[in-house]
Design a protein around this ligand. Structure first.
Ligand SMILES: [Zn+2]
Ligand SMILES: [Zn+2]
Ligand SMILES: [Zn+2]
Ligand SMILES: [Zn+2]
Length: 410
């Protein structure tokens, strides 16, 4: 039971073999509270409506079938409308009902039976599925926000279909090196500037340009590396050369796209042009391992493999199972995010960090995209497209809709 209940960040999690209903029954018998299975002090002895499952009219009285929070489905009861103090749930119920009915109306008419005295079972079934999905997505959103270490919030939204949280995805904040790969996490050199913007700072020491202007916008051309100040530098957290390391500042939304592109990411706030939006993280694996996984993956899996080809082609980032919000960002041939290679505490040029910056102003509500073929080198000239056998085996049709669409993802 501990595995299901505890917020054990970083610890091993074992899937619980006992059903949720059984766990809830056990907890109630022992008078134990357990937030993650929905048993709180408040509903241990009291009843709280979790969602509404069905509707009927008996002798001119309206009734709803109630699923009680922290209680198994077998204890659902019919309650008269006047006893229900849950306006939001009633609203969701009627919204879901309308959505379902408008969908079937397009096909063949399945509406209320018995002169509006009861719901068609298919409608009730859809409403329950939708309620369960809403709870699952809320739990996932809570988990993502517990795990993330950056400032911006993560919102999850699906108003399109019944798809729930991805079953095999684990949120990470930074690279997860595969066994045998070591990521040095302390730089050998740090600057001693009193003002990093005006003095010979870390970028100059690496022989490159200072990447940012005073408004925290990137001012170097694509393909140029970013060298940020690191843990050895004398400067403080407000140094103008510490941007990517502070993580995503914007609140973003993982949403279900309506054009068949699965999940996508949109921004909930306006993003200034040339601003850091997010890092691309995942497992760091060798290119040989990437080749092997590429053979096993389907079309979609392959698109999560990002070659670190800044100066060598030894390593690949695989964001298929481990990743952050960038895992959900869709491809576009005309993207609004651009890839940059970043060096902070790890100065090994074979292992740059990958940062995504806006190429233009992005308004609140706009979907974020980057070009899956665009690597840190900044163009898609033939040598930056990976023609490894694993990747050209299957071609995936691009659905980005851009005027300049190249037609394929790979
Ligand atoms: Zn400096
Ligand atoms: Zn520095
Ligand atoms: Zn600095
Ligand atoms: Zn395209």
């Amino acid at each position: 039971m501990a595995a299901a209940g505890a917020d054990t960040r970083g610890a091993w999690c074992v899937p619980c073999l006992v059903s949720l209903d059984t766990l809830q029954e056990l907890c109630r018998k022992e008078k134990l509270t357990c937030k993650s299975i929905g048993i709180t002090k408040r509903n241990l002895n009291n009843y709280e409506v979790e969602y509404l499952c069905d509707y009927k009219v008996v002798k001119d009285m309206e009734y709803y079938l109630v699923k009680w929070k922290g209680w198994p489905d077998s204890t659902n009861t019919w309650e008269p409308l006047q006893n229900l103090k849950c306006p939001l749930l009633l609203q969701q119920f009627s919204h879901d009902k309308d959505v379902y009915l408008s969908q079937v109306k397009k096909g063949h008419a399945v509406t209320l039976k018995n002169n509006n005295k009861a719901l068609n079972p298919a409608v009730a079934e859809y409403i329950v599925k939708k309620a369960k999905q809403r709870l699952a997505l809320q739990r996932w959103q809570d988990e993502l926000n517990r795990r993330k270490t950056h400032k911006g919030m993560i919102v999850v939204e699906n108003t399109v279909d019944l798809e729930g949280p991805p079953p095999d995805f684990y949120y990470i904040n930074e690279y997860k090196p595969a066994p045998g790969i070591s990521l040095v996490n302390e730089a050998t050199f740090g600057c001693s500037c009193t003002d990093c913007f005006f003095e010979k700072c870390c970028p100059a020491e690496a022989g490159v340009l200072f990447a940012y202007n005073k408004n925290q916008q990137i001012r170097i051309p694509p393909g140029t590396p970013i060298y940020e100040c690191n843990s050895r530098c004398q400067c403080g957290p407000d140094c103008p050369n510490r941007i990517v390391q502070k993580g995503t500042q914007y609140s973003l939304c993982i949403f279900r796209t309506s054009n068949g592109c699965g999940w996508g990411v949109k921004t909930l706030v306006k993003i200034k042009r040339m601003s850091f939006v997010m890092e691309y993280v995942g497992e760091v694996i060798t290119s040989e391992e990437a080749e092997r996984r590429g053979q096993l993956y389907d079309n979609k899996g392959i698109t999560y493999l990002f070659d670190l080809d800044y100066e060598s082609d030894e390593f690949t980032v695989d964001a298929a199972r481990y990743g952050n919000v960038s895992h959900f960002v869709n491809h576009s041939c005309d993207p609004n995010l651009q890839v940059f290679n970043v060096f902070i505490d790890n100065l090994d040029t074979r292992l740059p960090r990958i940062a995504l910056f806006s190429t233009r102003t992005i308004n609140a509500g706009e979907e974020l995209t980057f070009d899956y073929q665009m690597k840190g080198s900044g163009d898609i000239s033939s040598d930056s497209i990976d023609y490894s056998p694993a990747k050209k085996r299957v071609r995936t049709v691009c659905r980005c809709g851009a005027v300049t669409c190249r037609g394929y993802l790979n």
